[in-house]
Design a protein around this ligand. Structure first.
Ligand code: ATP
Length: 213
């Protein structure tokens, strides 16, 4: 599998967020997406996941037969996308069912993130870091080659961060691909950086003028 992104552009709410974002990602590689607050890191991941539309540029995926990009990826965003009234186990069972391509069982995945003891607790009763760990366990219940992770370490303590970095490195070593938007250093193998810069102010101004502001 290979992902080639060229000259990707995004306009949101009439404002140009980024322009000319290009990169290539291959099996066994990880890319850390950096940039200032508001630069568009989450927006880029949302576009790749199919949740937002790009305003220009191309996204080309090869080596996946007839699968689409959204079918090849996991997105763990800022919001955990967990149902608060359901238990950790029920949330993961539900994810496993809709994602297909089964990997670890729900309990094995929870064991990986150190949460077996909380398997049958409603997610509403878990701490922020525990909720994040349940969300990250989703990565393990279904095989998907590309992991898109938005601030994956947020709310995690040092021990949980270590578990996450191990999971990420194992995925990459097995030929998986990772894009992680973060403000933090990440000890990952085969890591490259994609820095997103906001367009210069005069470019933003001319875009806004063109949009009728
Ligand atoms: N729903 C929305 N409608 C319009 N503009 C939005 C929306 N959500 C975000 N934006 C704008 O898109 C820009 C990029 O936001 P994004 O969340 O992608 O940045 P980021 O680089 O991930 O920031 P951070 O480091 O703070 O997480 C911001 O200027 C933000 O105001």
């Amino acid at each position: 599998m290979q992902l080639i992104v060229e000259n990707l552009k995004c306009i949101r709410g009439g404002r140009r967020i980024f322009d000319n974002v290009s990169f290539k990602l291959e099996e066994g590689q990880s890319l850390v997406v950096t940039g200032r607050n508001g630069a568009g890191k989450s927006t880029l991941l949302a576009i790749l996941s199919g949740r937002l539309k790009a305003s220009g540029g191309t996204i080309h995926l090869s080596g996946v037969q007839d699968r689409t990009l959204p079918e090849c990826l996991h997105l763990i965003g800022h919001k955990e996308a967990l149902k608060a009234v359901m238990t950790a186990r029920e949330n993961l069972d539900f994810a496993a069912e809709i994602l297909g391509n089964p990997a670890l069982s729900t309990l094995e995945a929870l064991e990986h993130v150190g949460l077996v003891h909380a398997a049958d607790m409603p997610v509403a009763y878990l701490s922020a870091g525990q909720k994040r760990r349940v969300a990250l366990a989703r990565l393990l219940v279904a095989h998907r080659p590309l992991w898109l992770l938005d601030e994956p370490t947020s709310a995690l303590d040092t021990a949980s961060q270590k578990i996450l970095f191990n999971m990420m490195n194992k995925h990459v070593e097995k030929g998986g691909m990772i894009m992680a938007a973060t403000h933090q250093e990440m000890p990952l193998v085969n890591l490259r950086e994609l820095r997103i810069e906001r367009p210069a102010p005069q470019e933003i101004d001319s875009d806004m003028m063109a949009g009728g502001f």
